[in-house]
Design a protein around this ligand. Structure first.
Ligand code: GUN
Length: 279
């Protein structure tokens, strides 16, 4: 039976380190949190991030905008936040309503305030191995592997999903740590053949029950990044836990696995940004 990786406990440790470091600064680090529209899941995520800020001694400035907000209005707000010296980091919660261009909005955030590590400048630095900020979810995954002394070097790593937020940066970080990485996606032929090779299998698709035990090699490490709701409205990942857990050596639960670590890494990025601005 797999060891369950306790993301919640590790996140608490990271956050207490951040709180200690934040306390040494001459002014509190600040995060602007921008939420456009009323997507219920986004409201929950944003509230969680604001709670984390409070726990870490980070000031948060919330901007709740109506779903009809125009691109110009949103870009105007970002320009003001770029200039605001109380604000070290800017987080625009995704997804945005369909009439807004996520790409244009991300590109408008000053790279030194891009605590999500979504701006092409920071993505480029991350890929060449000279990061200012780390992408929160993939960095949280690497930290969980390290905490449990799970080796990456030389291992077969398979990432399910090729999103800009998770799949692509996850593959980049695993490559940097000397993993041999395959990215699988909706067009992959013979998915099972790929996934059954994986020593480390990271699933970031967003489909409950996608990852069944027969896709997992005996003894593999399974990292479940997805946050789905099952038919009863309960949070679940991509893994069919009942069939995957007996085959895996380690597994992350949902909730209580990757999610808390994503948020903890965000707090660390805010501290990094504050360090840049207060130097
Ligand atoms: N939507 C889903 N995940 C994320 C994230 O990590 N950051 C932001 N800004 N939006 C998201």
């Amino acid at each position: 039976m797999a060891v369950r990786i306790d993301g919640k406990a590790l996140a608490a440790k990271v956050k207490s380190q951040v709180a200690e470091e934040a306390g040494k600064l001459s002014r509190k680090p600040g995060l602007a949190v921008v939420l456009v529209g009323e997507d219920p899941a986004s409201q929950v995520y944003v509230a969680g991030k604001e709670r984390d800020c409070a726990e870490c001694g980070i000031e948060s400035f919330g901007y709740r905008l109506p779903a009809e907000t125009s691109q110009e209005e949103l870009l105007g707000l970002i320009r003001r936040l770029n200039e605001d010296s109380r604000v070290d980091g800017i987080l625009v919660q995704l997804p945005l309503p369909g009439h807004l261009s996520e790409e244009t909005v991300i590109n408008a955030i000053a790279p030194d305030k891009d605590v999500d590590c979504f701006h092409p400048f920071n993505v480029g630095r991350m890929v060449i191995g000279a990061p200012a900020f780390v992408p929160c979810t993939p960095a949280g995954v690497i930290e969980m592997l390290d905490e449990y002394d799970i080796p990456i070097r030389g291992k077969r790593c398979v990432v399910l999903g090729r999103s800009n937020i998770v799949g692509k940066p996850m593959a980049a970080l695993l490559t940097q740590r000397d993993g041999t990485v395959t990215i699988c996606h909706s067009r992959t032929e013979d998915l099972a053949r790929c996934t059954r090779e994986a020593d480390i299998l990271v699933s970031a698709v967003g489909r409950p029950g996608l990852l069944t035990g027969d896709l997992v090699k005996e003894g593999a490490v399974v990292i479940d990044v997805a946050m789905n709701r099952d038919e009863n409205g309960r949070l679940c990942g991509d893994a069919d836990f009942a069939s995957v857990e007996p085959r895996a050596s380690y597994i992350t639960p949902v909730p209580g696995g990757v999610g808390p670590m994503t948020r903890a890494c965000l707090m660390r990025n805010i501290l990094t940004a504050a360090g840049l601005h207060q130097a």
